[in-house]
Write a protein that binds this ligand. Sequence first.
Ligand SMILES: NC(=O)c1ccc[n+]([C@@H]2O[C@H](COP(=O)([O-])OP(=O)(O)OC[C@H]3O[C@@H](n4cnc5c(N)ncnc54)[C@H](O)[C@@H]3O)[C@@H](O)[C@H]2O)c1
Length: 360
Amino acid sequence: MKTENGSVRLGLIGCGFIGRKHLEAARELSDARFVGIADLDRTLLDEVATTFAIDRTTTRADELIEAPDIDGIVVALPTGVRTSIARRVLESGKHLLVEKPVAMNAGEVEELISLQGDRVAACCSSRFRFMALAAVARSALAEGKIGRLRTIRVEALSPPPANRPENPPAWRLSHRLNGGGILVNWGSYDLDFLLGILDWAFTPINATARTFPVPTLYADWIAPGSDAETHVIAQVNSADGVVLDYERAEFHPGPSVFSWSISGDRGTLTFSPGANPVELILVSADDTGALKSVSLGQEILDHDVLHAGPVTDFVRSIRTGRPPMTSLRNALTAAKITDAIYGSAANDGRQQEITRKEPK
Ligand SMILES: NC(=O)c1ccc[n+]([C@@H]2O[C@H](COP(=O)([O-])OP(=O)(O)OC[C@H]3O[C@@H](n4cnc5c(N)ncnc54)[C@H](O)[C@@H]3O)[C@@H](O)[C@H]2O)c1
């Protein structure tokens, strides 16, 4: 699809918290602009249109999807209502950027891939890979600094916030509206980050997992009607024997723990994304077996950079034809892992197989 004078014309569907972050990010782009926005909430729409000086507003997403003068659409809606709209975006011949998690399940992602054709179709789960340290970690792994990959461990446990959250969104911990709880809210980022820095060279074959609801003590700290987990623990095996050991929790009655490591037969890469600055440390063995620890860098997490990453990258992909940071095909791997974790947890922790069939 061609763009007008090389400038990419974007539409935004969903003007909530993250939709507005996309609009802010695009203000900094010289080669793209949002020309239309849609939301069901007319008051919000008008407010956002004024803030970002956008003339075209609509409560009907299809008006943007059908507009001939829009090249690409960012769908920043809660997951439960996103895929049907994303499908129509691809059917209309436009490029697509979807929020994270990529969809409600892997089947929905496969359906979108089947409609993609020659368009760019990307997912915002890439957000944390716009940290400079992600590229450093990726290079260290690609250069074989840890040797042959063996294990990937993530332990990310957050205690309850100091005060009860006011008006937590209804979708956030809802299977029906969001596809799940903390596993899709944070796990979509975690899996994207880990698989992305490994250049997606992790083919999952099965998973065993348990999920836990919010501790009763904090039951009224989450939105009424929430039914999804606030704690997940899982083991995922890959086709070549690599093990991903994954635990994420919020409202966890314990200290804050953020510990990530990727180990091979010659070394280990560790970092603590919960700390600020984040530090990436490589411990590796020389040919005598002696271990040496070096810092590969420190980075203060800049949320503006993270929020701007996906839309900036989307525009670059449309303009240059190079693949986006996280394509739908990449995100499908994370969706398959997520499905298998939920499948195992729903089946008393029994092993859940993961199909290796590639979508057409
Ligand atoms: N809140 C965050 O920190 C954050 C960060 C990154 C990604 N996300 C992801 O982005 C998605 C949206 O999150 P959010 O925090 O922006 O939610 P939000 O509730 O703030 O905004 C969602 C918006 O979508 C609108 N909407 C719902 N259905 C619609 C439809 N059919 N047509 C048009 N508009 C519709 C709502 O009116 C609302 O304004 C979620 O999947 C979430 O996981 C959220």
